[in-house]
Design a protein around this ligand. Structure first.
Ligand SMILES: Cc1cc2nc3c(=O)[nH]c(=O)nc-3n(C[C@H](O)[C@H](O)[C@H](O)COP(=O)(O)O)c2cc1C
Length: 370
């Protein structure tokens, strides 16, 4: 039985608690994939807020693998140096810095989400098959050489991530992006060794996982984010996810981060608090390996319950941390775990005389001691 505030170790990496910042694209680069001060502040703020793990957004392994021209990249050394600043800032607070490495495949080449109106493709896209995602440009079917180059790009990105100081690397195999496009029979219509049956469709992600594992230090943690189901009849299933997890575990993947959907516009998602947790629990028990749960987990008691019931080992939070970077502090307070608060020493004066949820008392605190 794990506790939200108990440490969690994967290989040589120990998180101080079970709370992680889920990767979130900020669409805030200029057209060069170099992380900016915005990314640095955004991620460092969440580590100051107390999350044990902070995962930098989907970082493209090649320019054409970006969702939008404003995505972060990790395909060159200038980007790597900017990532190193993020790592230093995040790790200075006692959080572990992680990165998600990604290729968007047929869902690349879009405008930023807040640029309303029709998508404005900037470059042509590739995918396992020449099947467009609804509303997106038609991709071309990848050649053997392009598949090999994409795998090599994941490896280069992983090596750069390690050089930048990241200790947790997550391969993006979810949300309808390239690796997921290979896995799902809806988007993969190939009949060569990269498609067809389960083995063929999962070959790309297995090869990426094996090659990345071989290229990074043994004490670096390696995770794979999957969509455990497409939520579409005839699509990728939870049972296949469990089998994939078993296989990548044998290849050295340490944790499966269990999300869902994003592959097909016809998906019917039963949205509700913790709606993806059953997928995480299925992978955890079926593959006997650590998993992260994510998706509409917003209340500390709920997060604690998921861990206590043995359904997951790590809780990833996204949107709630956008509005509440100090969620881990609230969680410690609400769960009666004030001793587990992880406040940077520079900020202790703000918290040590009062409970954080009693801010009105702070106003009344005598000023003489300042
Ligand atoms: C602004 C934003 C950007 C996101 N970018 C990514 C991303 O880069 N990679 C990814 O795997 N998921 C991404 N997601 C999905 C989140 O990581 C998370 O899985 C999802 O929001 C569900 O968690 P939540 O209910 O706590 O927000 C993004 C979500 C948001 C809100």
């Amino acid at each position: 039985m794990s506790d939200l505030f108990s440490p969690f170790s994967l290989r040589g990496v120990t998180l101080k608690n079970r709370i992680g910042v889920s990767p979130m694209c900020m669409y805030s680069c200029r057209d060069d994939g170099v992380p900016t001060d915005w990314h640095m502040q955004h991620l460092a703020s969440r580590s100051v807020g107390g999350a044990g793990l902070v995962i930098t957004e989907a970082s493209a392994v090649v320019p054409e693998g970006r969702i939008t021209p404003a995505d972060v990249g990790i395909w060159n050394d200038t980007q790597m140096d900017a990532h190193a600043r993020i790592v230093a800032a995040v790790e200075a607070t006692g959080s572990v810095a992680g990165i998600q490495i990604a290729h968007a495949g047929r869902k690349a080449s879009r405008a930023e989400p807040w640029v309303h109106g029709p998508a404005k493709p900037s470059w042509t896209t590739m995918a396992p098959s020449a099947e467009a995602f609804e509303g997106f440009a038609q991709p071309h079917a990848m050649t053997e050489a392009e598949i090999g180059a994409a795998i090599a790009a994941f490896v280069d990105a992983a090596k750069r991530s390690v050089k930048a100081g990241y200790r947790f690397i997550e391969i993006h195999g979810a949300h309808g992006y390239l690796a997921h496009q290979f896995c799902s029979p809806i988007s993969n219509r190939r009949n060569d060794s990269w498609g067809g049956d389960f083995d063929g469709r999962t070959r790309f992600v297995r090869e990426v996982a094996a090659a990345v594992r071989a290229a990074i230090p043994t004490d670096t943690a390696l995770a794979l984010r999957i969509s455990h189901t497409d939520w579409v009849e005839g699509g990728w299933t939870t049972e296949e996810s469990v089998e994939l997890a078993r296989q990548v575990k044998a290849l050295g993947v340490d944790l499966i981060d269990v999300s869902s959907g994003g592959l097909d516009a016809g998906q019917k998602i039963p949205l509700g608090p913790g709606y993806q947790v059953p997928g995480a629990a299925a992978v955890k028990s079926g593959a006997a390996m650590p998993v992260a749960a994510v998706g509409l987990i917003t209340e500390p008691k709920h997060a604690q319950e998921i861990l206590a019931e043995g359904k997951a080992d790590l809780i990833l939070l996204a949107r709630v941390l956008l509005r509440e970077p100090y969620w881990p502090v609230r969680a410690a307070a609400e769960l009666g775990r004030v001793e587990a608060l992880s406040i940077p020493p520079q900020y202790e004066r703000g918290w040590n005389t009062i409970a954080p949820w009693q801010m009105d008392k702070a106003i009344a605190e005598p000023m003489q001691a300042l």
